[in-house]
Design a protein around this ligand. Structure first.
Ligand code: FEO
Length: 166
């Protein structure tokens, strides 16, 4: 059975994963509207991954005798200055999510909930991958420069969600 403290932070994580899903959807839609097919596909795939993350938290909370709460979500931004700005916002969000996952790991240890500690390791690994794949796309953008967005878009085409870009 989950402690009340863990139930609360896991539910807060449901909101963070759901917001991430919406943020990526907003980025996908923005890129789609600009005809950046490869980039929008990448963000759409990322959106689907975040939906899966949210589901994992909901199902785990319920499985462990807690009550999962489907929250309301803040509206994500509709516009981004440019492609680099969208990827920078992704990285910033992923870093925030990593901190939040690490905080939950700490609470698992405090509460001696080794089952949840074990379960959440998947997310610890996932965050490492997500941050590094967004970072490598940002590096690539820097390398290509602003004039080569077409090349970047073509390059990213076929790449799926973050975990599969390496
Ligand atoms: Fe589910 Fe990208 O954090």
């Amino acid at each position: 059975m989950l402690s009340k403290k863990l139930e609360k932070v896991l539910n807060q994580q449901v909101e963070k994963e759901g917001y991430a899903a919406n943020l990526y959807l907003a980025m996908a839609s923005w890129a789609d509207g600009k005809g950046l097919e490869g980039i929008s596909n990448w963000f759409y795939a990322q959106h689907m991954e975040e939906i899966q993350h949210m589901l994992k938290f909901i199902q785990y909370i319920n499985e462990r005798g807690g009550k999962a709460v489907v929250p309301s979500f803040e509206q994500p931004p509709m516009d981004f200055k440019n492609v680099k700005n969208a990827f920078e916002a992704s990285l910033e969000h992923e870093q925030m999510v990593t901190k939040s996952i690490n905080n939950i790991v700490g609470i698992c240890l405090e509460e001696k909930d080794f089952t949840t500690h074990n379960w959440i390791q998947w997310f610890v690994d996932e965050q490492l991958e997500e941050e590094s794949s967004v970072q490598s796309l940002l590096d690539k953008l820097d390398l290509l420069g602003d004039g080569n967005l077409y090349m970047f878009d073509r390059d990213i085409m076929g790449m799926r969600a973050a975990g599969e870009t390496e």
